[in-house]
Design a protein around this ligand. Structure first.
Ligand code: IDP
Ligand code: MG
Length: 231
């Protein structure tokens, strides 16, 4: 049996698909009652159809898993990206090349780099979690002073966030193991030459803060089979 909706209802459905709520408000109460009834019956029929043809639980269990979330820091636990910055003291002391070398030699991939004197706003946002600490103002001044730029970078690879922190060493250089960057090159916590993201969440925040999407490059190692392959 075919049911043809009254003319006003056919006109209504066209209006609802493209027009503003103002058109809807112009409807009389009797037209609205007809529409509500239509929507209810239609909804019930659609629900019944879904029950009939919808996938069983067994099929649902086999449904493909959603892809892991990808952020500016890559895929957590997969190929990650971390924000590394040579601070102005590291730049002044000519340590940029050695720091880059350590990440390169390890097998990580440089996907973004720039020299930048950050604004106070950028430095404050970057170190937002430390804003109640007594050294906060000095820290922001040190980063934004402009006597040398910060060399901001994004490095990519397996476990790079955690491994980056290991290459850098403890926050207090006197506690940093020899062989780490801070362990080898500095003494003072206030002049510890380098920053590295401390978690996937921090890396996501920091990469987005310091770099636009178009400044971070996807590229492949020509020697990937010798660095990133497994047996
Ligand atoms: P991190 O750089 O190893 O992640 P955080 O605790 O996040 O260490 O501190 C951020 C930065 O703040 C440090 O790298 C250092 O430059 C500075 N900082 C931390 N603690 C002190 C302090 O006690 N005095 C002066 N500066 C500090
Ligand atoms: Mg930190």
């Amino acid at each position: 049996m075919f049911f043809r909706a009254p003319a006003f209802a056919r006109q209504f459905s066209r209006q609802l698909s493209t027009r503003s709520a103002a058109v809807f408000q112009a409807a009389s109460p009797s037209k609205l009652r007809w529409l509500a009834a239509t929507v209810c019956v239609g909804g019930a029929l659609a629900g019944a159809a879904a029950l009939q043809v919808g996938p069983s639980n067994a099929i649902m269990a086999d449904a493909p898993k959603a892809a892991p979330t990808k952020t500016a820091a890559g895929v957590k636990g997969g190929i990650e990206r971390t924000f590394i910055a040579v601070k102005p003291d590291g730049t002044q002391r000519g340590l940029v090349g050695d720091i880059i070398s350590r990440f390169e030699r390890k097998g990580y991939k440089l996907v973004a780099i720039k020299a930048i004197v950050p604004s106070a706003k950028l430095a404050e946002e970057h170190y937002e979690d430390l804003k109640s600490r007594p050294f906060f103002k000095g820290l922001v001044d040190y980063m934004t002073g402009g006597k040398a730029p910060v060399i901001a970078m994004v490095w990519e690879g397996k476990d790079v966030i955690r491994q980056g922190r290991r290459l850098i060493g403890a926050t207090n250089p006197l506690e940093a193991a020899p062989g780490t960057i801070r362990g080898d090159y500095c003494i003072m916590v206030g002049r510890n030459i380098i920053h590295g993201s401390d978690s996937f969440e921090s890396a996501t925040k920091e990469i987005s803060l310091w770099f636009g999407k178009s400044e971070v490059y996807d590229w492949e190692f020509a020697n990937a089979e010798w660095v990133t392959a497994d047996n």
